[in-house]
Write a protein that binds this ligand. Structure first.
Ligand SMILES: *Cc1c(COP(=O)(O)O)cnc(C)c1O
Length: 426
């Protein structure tokens, strides 16, 4: 079956999708926190991380928070409070529609609901696999009162952020940029995480740099930065006792975790280079297969967080998925994500399906979904036959997959992964 049968045994050590790489400085910053006894949600690591991140990204203020999700929650809350006043505490978007990326991780949509808002899901475009500006324009025609947009940069590739920002400005809407996956990526020389009115990044364990957890809110506004610091520490007022006028949260980053991130930040460029090499090796290795890699525009420099494949329509074998399981029928010269993922897994390597679009998720499938033709509804969410895909997100989910993109993977491991994938098309 394989060119060199003997070599094609299971990987002894599992090959992962993406794992952390630590360098040593992280531990020094943790030790510093121990020595000074700043084992809390304040200290030098927090302050220095905030300064460094703001400088690196070219944004005025960066506020360290417990997670990307916490950062997004506060970003959305701040936006809601700017746009709509007088709503209940903890429900700054109550009853309000918000336009959101559809093909993304659900942490980028959930915080809209935390604030009582209603996500309206915007279809994806093929050029960058992100929010489609044409569909966004359509959405504003259908719902002209909407004032808030949340856009994510999937897999480290910048969305068409310039166009999306312009559309938001034309409709007097605020833009929140979820750059959780795209730290270090840029568009026309401008860093992702700086295009929105408020922006967020994440230091979750699988991201390009990590603190084990953690995140940041990024903003040009000192008022928003101060408000974020206040809300993330239970909204204490300036008084001798615990005095509270508004609803607060315990969302601040730990000084220990900030120490890890501080050490990691120095290696961000190095991680990006390794991720780019992984992407390029896959691209070269698959150049004669009926597949393409996750695309990006020529104005964009991705951080290549995850390398993904899209199988040409003509090269897809039959695949069906219900809510929890997938089946396929093997066919000569063809393959499908299920076959490739199951084969990788049988060799002890971890790939992953494309993030299943939000409009196909049981939790959001009754929300409005807008594609380039206007108001749309997926044909059958519960049972998907690749022959019946009805929108771009569903199509990419059906034909795409994430490849092992771990910077700790060796070259020879990657060569073997390439061979395993190639073999699926035999
Ligand atoms: C990881 C991620 C988040 C959430 O970040 P956490 O730090 O894990 O809370 C949000 N949006 C996207 C697109 C992500 O990939």
């Amino acid at each position: 079956m394989f060119k060199d049968e003997q070599n094609f045994t299971r990987f002894e050590k599992r090959v992962f999708l993406a794992t952390p790489r630590m360098h040593g400085e992280e531990l020094e910053y943790i030790n510093e926190a121990f020595e000074k006894n700043w084992i809390t949600t304040a200290g030098d690591n927090v302050n220095e991380l905030e300064k460094y991140a703001a400088g690196y990204l070219g944004v005025r203020h960066a506020v360290g928070l417990a997670s990307g999700t916490a950062a997004l929650h506060l970003a959305i809350k701040l936006a809601g409070e700017k746009l709509y006043t007088g709503l209940r505490p903890g429900a700054s978007l109550e009853g309000k529609k918000v336009f959101c990326s559809d093909m993304t991780f659900d942490a980028s949509v959930n915080p809209v609901v935390y604030e009582g808002g209603e996500p309206v899901l915007i279809d994806t475009e093929y050029d960058t696999w992100n929010m489609d500006p044409v569909s966004l324009k359509k959405a504003f025609e259908l719902y002209p009162d909407v004032r808030l947009v949340v856009v994510a940069n999937l897999y480290g590739t910048p969305a068409k952020l310039d166009e999306i920002k312009k559309i938001c400005d034309e409709h007097n809407a605020l833009l929140i940029e979820d750059a959780a996956e795209s730290l270090g990526a840029s568009l026309n020389g401008k860093m992702t995480g700086t295009f929105g009115d408020i922006n967020i990044i994440s230091f979750n364990g699988n991201k390009i740099i990590t603190g084990s957890s953690g995140g940041m809110l990024l903003t040009e506004s000192i008022t928003d930065a101060d408000k974020t610091r206040k809300l993330s520490t239970q909204a204490r007022e300036d008084a001798p006792w615990y005095q509270h006028e508004e609803l607060g949260y315990n969302y601040r980053i730990s000084n220990i975790i900030a120490g890890i991130v501080r050490g990691q930040f120095k290696h961000l460029e190095e991680h990006i280079n390794l991720k780019r090499e992984i992407y390029e090796r896959y691209k070269e290795g698959f150049k004669d297969l009926p597949v393409t890699m996750n695309p990006f525009s020529k104005e964009a420099v991705p951080n290549y967080w995850l390398s993904c494949l899209l199988i040409d329509k003509e090269a897809m074998c039959r695949q069906v998925r219900d809510e929890k399981k997938a089946l396929y029928i093997p066919e000569k010269g063809k393959s499908c994500p299920t076959e490739i993922l199951e084969t990788l897994s049988s060799f002890n390597a971890e790939g992953r399906p494309i993030w299943k679009p939000m409009h196909m998720q049981p939790i959001y499938r009754n929300n409005s979904f807008v594609n380039k033709d206007g108001f749309a509804r997926a044909m059958s969410n519960a049972y998907i036959d690749e022959g019946t895909v009805s929108d771009v997100g569903m199509d990419i989910f059906s034909r795409g997959l994430c490849l092992p993109s771990d910077i700790n993977m060796t070259h020879s491991d990657q060569e073997k992964i390439i061979e395993i994938v190639r073999n699926c098309f035999n």
